[in-house]
Write a protein that binds this ligand. Sequence first.
Ligand SMILES: NC(=O)c1ccc[n+]([C@@H]2O[C@H](COP(=O)([O-])OP(=O)(O)OC[C@H]3O[C@@H](n4cnc5c(N)ncnc54)[C@H](O)[C@@H]3O)[C@@H](O)[C@H]2O)c1
Length: 344
Amino acid sequence: MSLNSKNNSKIYTAALVGTGRIGFSLGFDKKREQPASHTMALLGNKRIKLIAAADTDSEHLADWKKFVKGAETFSSSEEMYNSIPTPDIITVAVNEDSHMKECLAAIEAKPRLIILEKPVALNSTQAAEIAEAADKAGVPVMVNHERRFAADYNMAKTYLKNIGTLQSVRGELYSGLRIYGKEFENDGAYSLLHDGTHLVDIISWLLDEKLSKPLVTGIFKDDKDVVRNFSAHFSTPSCADVTISMSGRSRFFSFGLDILGTEGRICLGNGYAKFYRRKESKLYTGFFSLSKDRSIHLPKKTGYFSNMIQNAVDFLDKKEKLLSPLSAAIEDLKVLEEIKTKFI
Ligand SMILES: NC(=O)c1ccc[n+]([C@@H]2O[C@H](COP(=O)([O-])OP(=O)(O)OC[C@H]3O[C@@H](n4cnc5c(N)ncnc54)[C@H](O)[C@@H]3O)[C@@H](O)[C@H]2O)c1
């Protein structure tokens, strides 16, 4: 159901399933770069009209209804799909254990595009079911691995050609959330899935290569046999030393990458982005040192969420391909599952 705007460019209708943190409330976090929720990002795009939302939590839904004037609300997606004309975009932002059910229901509603929160699903079997259904119905699905859309990560991807041959790539995620325990597979409440999907995705995207056959070291399990630390080492055609390290016993949250080339280095993560190149050393005669590249100016906002929504619009306009397709996110899930097998 596309509407027409004044300047005659199409307005795409959108509906949201899941009005929780990423669906809605993170949009009010003053410390985060905004928009930081699907609601705010959809409302912020002039080419989109947010027409409805569904949530099984009546409080979340009532708060959302108060904020998004004129939109309809429903206590289930089924009720929503039965009540409104099929929107152009359906965003699925429910908890991991409902990704498959809600994504399959969204596919059945046949929108022109689905935006699915990461990770695709609880496991790659469920993800394959989503892919098969999407394929059959001809419904494209993009996954919100938002760093792919952020200005700083895009700058890093471009800057890779300035740092020579890659020597190492380190990706790190430190938090207090458990890394993995079999008992958490049913609800997906473990960091390997939750956050690991971001790490694997951004490294694969930056290198434009698949990660596979990890050597896993540094596995630390707590007294309940729950994995709290590990490092997974990979080799790719462009870099012989790619490491993903995660901690689930840190009393802080940190996400970052350190990419070392033969002529430079890129350090970027949540809250920082630094680009270095070799320059004649100020410290030692006849040597080169790494020096911060002053020619790099990053915009104040990375645009990680609004650019993702813009990609959806550009895709529907047939101007752009999906920059975070379902297929890539399924590959990410498979890498996480390969790592998981080494924990036993
Ligand atoms: N891209 C990111 O960086 C990012 C950040 C946070 C969360 N997420 C992902 O977004 C998803 C949601 O996380 P959250 O933190 O917003 O969780 P949340 O619990 O705050 O919100 C989820 C909402 O979905 C609703 N819900 C659950 N099942 C439903 C169903 N079947 N039908 C309708 N509503 C349903 C819940 O009632 C809740 O309001 C997760 O997959 C999470 O991994 C992604």
